[in-house]
Design a protein around this ligand. Sequence first.
Ligand code: NAP
Length: 251
Amino acid sequence: MTIELDLNGAVALVTGAGRGIGRDIALALAVAGADVAVNDLADEAACAAVVAGVEECGRRGLVVMADVSDEQQVEAMVVRVEDELGPLSVVVNNAGITRDNVVMMMSAADFDAVVATHLRGTFLVSKAAARRMFRRRAGSIINMSSVVGRRGNAGQVNYAAAKAGILGLTKSLAKELGGRGVRVNAIAPGYIDTAMTQALPEEARKLIVDNTPLRAIGAPADVADAVVFLASPRARFITGVTLPVDGGLGV
Ligand code: NAP
């Protein structure tokens, strides 16, 4: 039996890839052999640095700035990726924001902004990619959820709702697209050391570590490794699942 281990010939799009987990995902996909389009909302210089890293791996990279919650920008982004890199075979919906507050203090605008970036963004990018993958009968979509989407978290009603929504979207899309050879999976990271979590007070970080069976905060590379696995032919019989990468926090 032969199992393909690499992503040679794949064209990947990673949203929110200028920094944090997305940056590591883009670079790990390039190391595995994929050409990678690097999307972000505002920080073009950061994206260009990630593309330089992709090119150091001998792969082609492309900066594609776009707001994932804007339908026209998303469609234009996907068209440009396919025009310049070729048919998309891997999409990682990773872009995200937080606007934390207790529900009594949370504005409707902060609720909407978080849901728009995570859930509407995942829907729009998946829709644009799915149309094309469906025709070609191949592709892998990986959606970034969170341990918070599985368990909830005080102070994050908006974020938890969006991340739980992504799990429903993932399972539904897996059922819609599976017959055409397109796989759709989610990853649920625990606490990962990025700008998003570095703002947490030391006390809160300690509490998280104490409640994590592996007694650690994860690194972006831990999530990137899981993405490469789910994107690769090694995961060819896996669809509709949520893979926790959380040191056991969600158990
Ligand atoms: P991060 O460092 O804050 O990076 C988020 C990225 O998303 C940034 O590059 C940001 O771009 C981009 N972005 C935000 N809004 C966007 C939009 N509308 N369109 C396109 N790009 C947009 O976050 P992270 O910690 O790496 O998290 C990455 C993903 O993992 C998120 O979905 C997050 O919810 C999830 N996650 C993280 C953790 C964790 O512990 N860190 C745990 C579970 C899940 P700008 O720089 O231009 O703002």
